[in-house]
Structures are given as structure tokens and as C-alpha cells.
Design a binder for this molecule. Structure first.
Ligand code: EPZ
Length: 422
């Protein structure tokens, strides 16, 4: 098990490339189940979550080849049952359910277990697939979905207590591509990753309109074909490096970003007193730490609101920003595990009922800390960049789930850190 030693105090300077989006890649990889033809997908980040998805597809019978960011997948024939040992490692495995059901008319996927960022039910996924005509049964920890006569289009409202569901929208959208008739998803998730999946499916021959809005319409087709696709840039990786640059930077440039997808993150950093500039094409941005950073309030919300996946990293930045910041996570109100670890480094944070009140302190000091989930780990790395001394971040496998070579990218920017065996 690796850990990261971060020797705080080295300023970040220079330029790096942002990788393809992990959260767009995962459902797109799963969507290849919908066709027996070859799909070629580029800019798939080399992170353990995409590796798990590739392993699940291989275990289902797909023929998969992977060369530095490009994955070729052929699902000429696939089994209906996703293996528990692989599925249990990653909640996003659940997005093979819609494609398997549509292609095989039967899907067996184990119920996801607990998750550190909060209770993450799958009721909305199942509600949507049932509306398309699937019968849902539970047996031995598995969800067994069957639709022996095929799926039928339907009108479905996917709104839950905490707003729309990203992977739920993906699952229903994928299943509906091969259903008979028209499906309308109301209260759909509008995240750029959903749009990327819809673009992938449309290139395969699907008929989807409205992706990127809260109403998606899918006209079912009888079959889909192979396709080439390039995954969108990872807006959360970009946001994480933007926050790192605001915290510890002396002029950092990020290439291969998408300005449109970064509006809420950019606005938050500007409110906190930092300067962000994009080139006219909107695919490169430079981040300059402000001379007078100030605390700001943040509330997470579905896209185009401020992303929950950038809450922890911004908390780390605000921990050493003068003033009081109030941070509310409406999507995952329990997603504040990083705060306890940041407090061990000297941060002044009170968490209550889905809200963190952060009183900016002059500086943090190094301590051994424990990564608890992907974004919490990123927050600890950020905090360590300016902390006094050497911070040891344990359980690094969390960060390797979703950040491609984060230690190498930070080294290229001048950070002083090393990955060691724990
Ligand atoms: C996606 O998870 C992302 N994962 C998450 O990113 C992200 O935090 C989340 O969307 C919210 O933006 C991937 O794309 C692989 P949801 P997802 O269903 O789709 C509730 C990261 O760090 N809900 O949109 O699983 C749920 O509990 C990760 O990269 C139900 O109530 O999240 C939450 O409160 C972690 N019933 C809210 O909806 C359901 O059936 C939104 O969750 C499904 C969800």
C-alpha cells in the first residue's frame, strides 16, 4: 500500500495537461455493451476505477485492448452477470446494469454496499428501469433485472430527495436506446459527463435529444453500431489543480480543459480572491494566486451549480484563507470526512448537519493523515502543499482511483513530494 510524503512549502509553477474525465469514461466504457461491434475510446484516464470497469467488461466476455489512454472494446457476446468480486470494489459498476438489460434482457448486478461519502441508494436507477418494463428481484445480495419481451419507452421522473441522479440518468438513458418507442426522462442530471455519454450513444446510432438539460428524450432504435470517441476533459481534476494553484501557485497553466464546464469552480475561486484566465478557445487556463485571498460561502448543487466533487478541495483551500467560509453539501451531506483530518493539521473547522464552518488560519502544520475517499484525499494533498513540515498521506489507493499520475503532475509543477511503500 503506497503513501505520499508531501514536503510543504514548494511553490507550484509551470504547465500540465489535464486528463480525460474519469466520470465520463466509466459509463461510456459500460455503454459498449450495447453493441457487438468494435468501439475505440480515447483519453480514458489510467486510474484504478477505469481499470476496474475494463476488468468487469473483460469478465463479462468483452475483448478489450488498452494502449496509453485508448481502449478498444468488442462486446461481440457478453454474459448477463457482473462478477461480485469486481463490482463490490466500485459503485460506478452499477452502470453496466442498463446496457446489460437492454442487450441481454437480463442483468444480474450485486447491490452496492456502503460508501464513505454517504448513503448511496439505487432506488432511482431501479425506478427508471422498472418504468421501462424491467422486473426487479433481489437474491443473495444481487439485483436481478429481467425484461424477457424487451423494454418499452416510458415517461420517467428521476428526481430524488437530493436532486437528480447522474449514474441513474445514464443507466436509464442507455437502457432506453434499445427500448421500443420513446422514453422521456424528466428531472434528468445535466452534468457534462451525461452529455458526453449521450454524444457517444448518438454516434453509435441512438436517437437522444435534450442531454445537458433536465428533460432527455430517447427514441428507441433496434440496434447500435461501433464508434470512435474521445472523452471530455476531467473538470474535477482541472478544478483540483486550479485550487492547488490558488493555494500554492506562482502562476500555473492547465491545458486541455473545458472553460464551459468550469464556470462554477472558476466563479468560486474568483470570489475567494484569485485570478483565472482562459485562452480564447477556452481549452487552456492560467491560475494566479490572489494577493488578498478571502473566505467565501459555497453550496454544492447539481450542474451547472458548484460540484460536490470539488467541495473537499475547496475546503482545504479555504482552511488557510483569511475570513469565515460556510460550505454546505446538499448532495452528500455526510461528505466531510476530510475535515477531521484537516483539523489534525491545525485547521479550524466545525461540521454540523451537512455544513462546514471554516475559520481561515494562518497556516497548517504537517501530520500523518488518512485518505478516506477520492476527493477527501485530494484535499489532504492540497493542504499538505503549504503545510509546515512533511505530511504523510496514508491509503493512497483512494486517490489513485480517480487522479491520473497526480504525484507526477505535481512534481512537474515543482511540488516536493514522494510516493513510498507504507
Ligand atoms: C456521480 O455519482 C459521480 N460518480 C460522483 O463522483 C458524484 O459525486 C455524484 O455523481 C454527484 O455529482 C460517477 O460519475 C462515477 P448521484 P452517482 O446518483 O451518479 C442520491 C467522484 O468523486 N441518490 O448523482 O452515483 C444520492 O444518494 C464521485 O468522482 C438516490 O437517492 O451520484 C445523492 O444524494 C463520487 N437514489 C444524490 O442522489 C439513487 O438511486 C446524487 O447522487 C441514486 C442517487
Amino acid at each position: 500500500m503506497d503513501k505520499l510524503l508531501v514536503h510543504g512549502g514548494a511553490p507550484l509553477k509551470g504547465a500540465i495537461n489535464i486528463s480525460g474525465s474519469k466520470n465520463a469514461s466509466l459509463p461510456i466504457l459500460a455503454a459498449t455493451i450495447l453493441t457487438g461491434e468494435d468501439c475505440l475510446i480515447s483519453r480514458v484516464p489510467d486510474v484504478s476505477d477505469t481499470n476496474y470497469m475494463v476488468q468487469i467488461l473483460s469478465a463479462l466476455g468483452a475483448d478489450v485492448e488498452r494502449y496509453s489512454g485508448t481502449v478498444r472494446i468488442s462486446c461481440a457476446d457478453v454474459a448477463e452477470e457482473a462478477p461480485y468480486d469486481l463490482v463490490r470494489r466500485m459503485r460506478a459498476s452499477i452502470c453496466v446494469m442498463g446496457p446489460l438489460l437492454a442487450r441481454k434482457r437480463r442483468a444480474v448486478v450485486s447491490l452496492p454496499g456502503g460508501c464513505i461519502i454517504g448513503d448511496r441508494p439505487v432506488d432511482l436507477h431501479l425506478r427508471g428501469l422498472e418504468a421501462l418494463g424491467a422486473k426487479v428481484e433481489f437474491e443473495g445480495g444481487n439485483m436481478i433485472l429481467t425484461a424477457p419481451d424487451g423494454l418499452r419507452g416510458a415517461e420517467i421522473d428521476l428526481r430524488g430527495t437530493h436532486g437528480p441522479t447522474v449514474l441513474g440518468t445514464d443507466n436509464v438513458m442507455m437502457a432506453a436506446t434499445l427500448a421500443e418507442g420513446v422514453t422521456v426522462i424528466e428531472s434528468a442530471a445535466a452534468e457534462p459527463e451525461v452529455v458526453d455519454l449521450a454524444n457517444f450513444l448518438n454516434a453509435m446510432g441512438a436517437k437522444i435529444t435534450g442531454a445537458g438539460t433536465t428533460r432527455i428524450e430517447i427514441e428507441g432504435v433496434s440496434e447500435l453500431h461501433g464508434v470512435r470517441h474521445t472523452v471530455i476533459p476531467d473538470r474535477i481534476e482541472a478544478g483540483t489543480f486550479m485550487a492547488a494553484a490558488a493555494l500554492a501557485g506562482e502562476g500555473v497553466t492547465l491545458r486541455r480543459v473545458c472553460q464551459e464546464h468550469l464556470k462554477a469552480i472558476t466563479a468560486a475561486l474568483v470570489r475567494a480572491g484569485h485570478r483565472i484566465e482562459f485562452n480564447p478557445a477556452g481549452d487552456t487556463c492560467s491560475v494566479h494566486r490572489g494577493d488578498e485571498p478571502k473566505g467565501c460561502d459555497l453550496t454544492t448543487a447539481p450542474y451547472p451549480g458548484y460540484p460536490t466533487d470539488m467541495q473537499a478541495q475547496m475546503t482545504a483551500l479555504l482552511a488557510t484563507t483569511p475570513g469565515i467560509s460556510v460550505i454546505k453539501d446538499t448532495i452528500f451531506p455526510q461528505r466531510f470526512m476530510h475535515c477531521a483530518e484537516l483539523k489534525r493539521m491545525g485547521a479550524d473547522i466545525t461540521v454540523d448537519n451537512g455544513t462546514a464552518v471554516v475559520r481561515g488560519v494562518a497556516g497548517l502544520s504537517a501530520a500523518p493523515v488518512m485518505a478516506s475517499d477520492l476527493r477527501a484525499s485530494a484535499a489532504l494533498v492540497l493542504a499538505a502543499l503549504t503545510a509546515k513540515g512533511t505530511t504523510a498521506i496514508n491509503r493512497l489507493y483512494h486517490i489513485d482511483r480517480g487522479y491520473e499520475h497526480i504525484d507526477e503532475k505535481l512534481l512537474m509543477l515543482g511540488a516536493n513530494l514522494e510516493r513510498v511503500k507504507a
